[in-house]
Design a protein around this ligand. Structure first.
Ligand code: NG6
Ligand code: CA
Length: 514
């Protein structure tokens, strides 16, 4: 009898521990903005428009002042978020073209794989821009778009396949183009399909938003794009409706999975070009469609949070808000961003933006929110989107293969705002190709390497331009956050150490110790 009751007590104890840890596993929603700069939210210092929903997350959670994405363009940051590996380690991880193949190998252990292993349902909604289909073949637009998100760990997807200034303007779900009429097949290519095919050059007068560079091929919805396509008329969306559709689809999926732990990667297209917010957001700020799109992004965050509140999931959900690269003004369309910038500082106090390895390129808004678990406050710990993989492994108590997440550090305690918690001690920042231009931050020191001696987008409020710079520069970030005073000559020892360490970390193939 004694023995039985002891076993029973032990069993009950085990069950209690198991259910407590199951209860503790939070849902996770990663909301990634597109081209959102450090200074682009009111909680990060913007004063000429307001972002109340994101500000609410910041006020009730941790706002990071050293939160980064790993690259200053979209594809490499997303690659690193999902693989936990620096993108410069793999060829072909730069900005993906319209007909690009999937750049994450199907046998890679990914962040969504990890979440599945931890017992989560997984979904990605929004912009993909990591390619679809096999290497050497690319996407089969009229057939199965495999390998794709499913093959790398997402149970569900509802996506824009590339980025919206690239063709085609269709949704992809269940590994297929949604609403594609087989009688009107979709063709996508990089050459004009027929001599009379209308483009942004031949039909420039008909455009509702003119282009400034590139972006002058096939026209859809009055906007010319990068790349050509024909067909799939019924499958095409209106740019103005993207945010509404993705909110609708995310809410649907959250409702369906509210009883299981879930992981949602919500990849907004705001505020990437072409910036075409819904009509109800057009003109709500003094800065034109660029900041109007930020207000639309803020609305999106509000809708997701409202859904969590309605389903009583707010206290069971960790929300991470971040960006994929720093800001840019003219990224190929004449949408008034440059002319209407006024006093707004899109990169905040930082130098450079999208395409740059200065701080503005990768130091971006980064907020964690989990009601009842994360205290309100500001954190100056260094965290990066690439760290979510290992940090979520820690948080969910899930083992990862030794060779996975090679550059992803466990910063879970910092993300949760635990007292005395530490972020990462160093970070390699890359631009698009990442095969040579680097920023290397270690504590307060920042080394930049520009092998060609040329840097792009160093002053965000002006047009993109190339500037001549020394191959190596050294800055002290707490004394000189704007990277104005290159102190490499005064600090030869530190510069030499950092050059050597950067080289070792690049060559070693991994930066997280085994
Ligand atoms: C560039 C495009 C730019 C944008 C970027 C990708 C030109 C001249 N510029 O090549 O408009 O599409 O690629 O942006 O075509 S990202 O945020 O998706 O990385
Ligand atoms: Ca981007």
């Amino acid at each position: 009898m004694f023995c039985h009751s002891k076993i029973l007590t032990t069993l009950l104890g085990i069950l209690a521990i198991a259910s407590a840890s199951a209860e503790k596993k939070p849902n996770v929603i990663v909301i990634m903005a597109d081209d959102l700069g450090y200074g682009d939210l009111s909680c990060y210092g913007a004063t000429t428009f307001k972002t109340p929903h994101i500000d609410k997350l910041a006020a009730g959670g941790q706002l990071f002042t050293s939160g980064y994405c790993s690259a200053s363009t979209c594809t490499p940051t997303r690659y690193s978020l999902l693989t936990g590996n620096y993108a410069f380690r793999k060829k072909g991880t730069g900005i993906a073209p319209p007909n690009g193949h999937l750049i994450i190998d199907a046998d890679t252990f990914t962040l969504p794989d990890l979440m599945k292993k931890a017992g989560y349902r997984t979904a990605v909604v929004g912009k993909w821009h990591l390619g679809l289909g096999e290497k050497g073949k690319g996407p089969d637009w009229n057939g199965e778009l495999k390998p794709g998100p499913r093959e790398i760990g997402f149970d569900h997807h509802f996506l824009l396949p590339t980025t919206n200034d690239r063709v085609p303007q269709v949704y992809v779900t269940d590994s297929r183009v949604l609403n594609l009429d087989p009688k009107d097949p979709l063709w996508v290519g990089n050459k004009k399909p027929s001599p009379d095919h209308p483009t942004g050059i031949t039909h420039r007068d008909s455009l509702k938003m003119d282009w400034s560079h590139g972006h002058n091929s096939t026209i859809h919805n009055g906007i010319s794009r990068i790349g050509f396509y024909t067909g799939g008329e019924k499958a095409r969306f209106r740019d103005e409706d993207l945010a509404d559709k993705w909110v609708e689809k995310s809410v649907e999926w959250i409702e369906k999975n509210q009883d299981d732990p879930f992981f949602l990667f919500y990849a907004s297209h705001d505020l990437h070009v072409p910036r075409i917010p819904h009509e109800r957001f057009q003109g709500v700020t003094p800065h034109g469609f660029r900041a109007d799109s930020i207000v639309q992004l803020d609305w999106t965050v509000g809708e997701i949070m409202k859904t969590l509140d309605r389903l009583k999931l707010t206290e069971k959900t960790l929300v991470v808000f971040c960006s994929d690269n720093g800001p840019v003004m003219d990224d190929g369309y004449k949408d008034g961003a440059v002319e209407k910038v006024g006093t707004h500082k899109a990169a905040g106090p930082y130098k450079g933006g999208k395409y740059s390895v200065y701080e503005g390129g990768t130091r971006t808004p980064f907020i964690t929110y989990w009601k009842g678990q994360i205290p309100a406050g500001k954190s100056d710990q260094m965290v990066c989107t690439i760290d979510l993989a290992t940090s979520l492994a820690k948080l969910t108590g899930t083992e990862t293969p030794k060779d996975a997440f090679k550059d992803s550090f466990d910063v879970s305690e910092a993300l949760l705002g635990k007292p005395d918690s530490k972020g990462r001690t160093h970070l390699i920042q890359q631009d698009n190709g990442g095969r040579g231009k680097f920023g290397f931050r270690k504590g307060d020191w920042k080394l930049t390497k520009h092998p060609g001696g040329s840097a792009r987008n160093t002053v965000v409020e002006k047009q993109l331009a190339n500037t001549k710079v020394p191959e190596f520069q050294l800055y002290h970030l707490s004394k000189d956050p704007a990277e104005k005073k290159n102190v490499i000559k005064d600090q030869p020892k530190i510069a030499a150490e950092m050059k050597a360490e950067l080289e070792i970390l690049v060559k070693a193939g991994r930066s997280r110790p085994e």
